[in-house]
Design a protein around this ligand. Structure first.
Ligand SMILES: Cc1ncc(COP(=O)(O)O)c(C=O)c1O
Length: 446
């Protein structure tokens, strides 16, 4: 073993007990990808090897890793107040963070309900939509509309409106009364698009068909990711989200943007809603709110929705919903410090400025053998690889393993698609380094 490859951290000699989520456990435990430390743009393995973070962890660490102001905020919060009850009591930082998030959100999206994960945020938004119609005397509005290939986490609400087959097919009948819009990807019309593809706005009109089938009086809400992330990065066609908003307005249907990935600068604005000039009725967020440091998530709702609940006797709870760890002090401290970093370092603007060089670097891989399509949006890129005839997903899996073990690069995969979404602190040189490595890996696994 060379000096560099000597373990710098103790590793358990039994990997059996931990059932690793969304991971092929047997393959992982044969060649585990273990990370013990991180700083700025890099992870470090148990052997002390640096690995460039091409995915901001899992779309979370937008401020980069282990940033001093965020670390210090968490440390001092832990020493000051560990936990007050989340129901009937609270603490000042919860209100401070909610105000800061509301100030970043567009239009009259000005109230924040806190959760701990994107999945909880989605369930919360769906429940708020149902309850909102209920208290206004429209309880018949009970249907929820999602979209094919959508990812909204793993709760029963999220997988019901979600549209990724593998996440749904083992789990029974899920919520009743759910329908789905078609997804927006069409390789024939959209291949190698930088940014929003020209083709596909008309796919929003399918909502009119769904309304005609079920009647608007039965539909509570539509939920979509402005850019579908986990299914392999599907940027919205030009004009699509505007059209969806108009159809929802026409029929009194609430529109929810799931911005768990697109929130906090990923597309060059605080929220994708701002990039598109489309104001949804609710925004779900998670991940980037604390740059991945402490679990935190939430739902931002428009004033009219919050106000609709504020009635009846004042001693009575207005919404029977919440989590023990809603607005946990550690998460709030981390969130406030993270928003300070985003503001002070102008990281959302930085992402906007880097969008073009990022897209050009990604598109330089066009023509590499086995590359079927490349899509970019903000600081996100996806590369579709041709599948091995008898092993769908294996080529991308091999590329992820080789990138990590041989090239010091981390990215995410879904099916045979490579997805890249680096921390927003990335430099142009590092962008070049990432795509050079990705190109090498793709050629190796071809
Ligand atoms: C759009 C979207 N919604 C919801 C979630 C679920 O978030 P969590 O894994 O924190 O429950 C994710 C996670 O990637 C996501 O991308």
């Amino acid at each position: 073993m060379s000096l560099a490859a000597r373990p710098v951290a103790s590793v358990p000699n039994d990997l059996e007990a931990f059932w690793v989520p969304f991971t092929p456990n047997r393959a992982f435990k044969k060649a585990p990808r273990l990370i013990v430390r991180a700083k700025d743009m890099h992870y470090y393995t148990v052997d002390g090897k640096a690995v460039m973070d091409g995915s901001a962890g899992m779309w979370c660490c937008n401020a980069g890793h282990n940033r001093a102001p965020i670390v210090e905020a968490i440390q001092s919060q832990a020493a000051e107040l560990d936990y007050p009850p989340a129901f009937q009591f609270s603490h000042p930082k919860a209100f401070e963070l909610a105000s800061r998030i509301a100030a970043l959100a567009p239009g009259d999206l000005d109230h924040v309900f806190f959760c701990n994960s994107g999945s909880e945020a989605v369930d919360t938004a769906l429940k708020v939509a149902l309850a909102y119609h209920n208290i206004r005397g429209e309880a018949s509005r009970a249907r929820l509309i999602g979209r094919e290939r959508g990812y909204h986490g793993v709760g029963f609400g999220g997988i019901s409106v979600g549209g990724i087959v593998a996440n749904r097919k083992m789990f029974g009948t899920m919520l009743a009364g759910v329908d789905h819009l078609p997804h927006t990807y069409n390789r024939e019309h959209q291949a190698f698009s930088k940014g929003e593809p020209e083709w596909g706005a008309h796919l929003a009109d399918d909502l009119d068909r769904i309304v005609a089938l079920h009647d608007a009086s039965t539909i509570a809400a539509v939920i979509v990711e402005p850019m579908s992330g986990s299914t392999g990065v599907l940027p919205p066609p030009k004009g699509y989200l505007e059209r969806l908003r108009a159809i929802c307005d026409k029929h009194g249907i609430l529109l929810v943007f799931d911005e768990v990935i697109t929130g906090f600068g990923r597309l060059g604005t605080a929220f994708a809603a701002e990039r598109y000039g489309v104001i949804p009725d609710m925004i779900t967020f998670a991940k980037g709110v604390t740059s991945g440091t402490v679990p935190m998530a939430g739902v931002i709702v428009r004033k009219g929705i919050y106000d609709a609940f504020m009635r009846g006797p004042e001693h009575v709870i207005e919404l029977f919903h919440g989590y023990t760890y809603s607005a946990h002090p550690l998460a709030c401290a981390a969130g406030i410090a993270t928003l300070d970093v985003y503001r002070d370092e102008k990281l959302f603007e930085r992402a906007a400025k880097l969008e073009d060089p990022w897209a050009d670097a990604a598109m330089s891989l066009k023509g590499t053998p086995g590359v079927l399509d490349i899509r970019t949006l903000g600081l996100v890129a996806a590369i579709d690889l041709s599948s091995r005839p008898d092993a769908y997903g294996k080529r991308a899996y091999d590329s992820m393993e080789r990138a990590f073990h041989e090239h010091g690069l981390m990215f995410r995969i879904t099916g045979d698609t490579i997805a890249l979404s680096p921390p927003l602190i990335i430099t142009e040189d590092q962008i070049g380094e990432i795509f050079e490595k990705v190109g090498k890996v793709i050629r190796q696994v071809n």
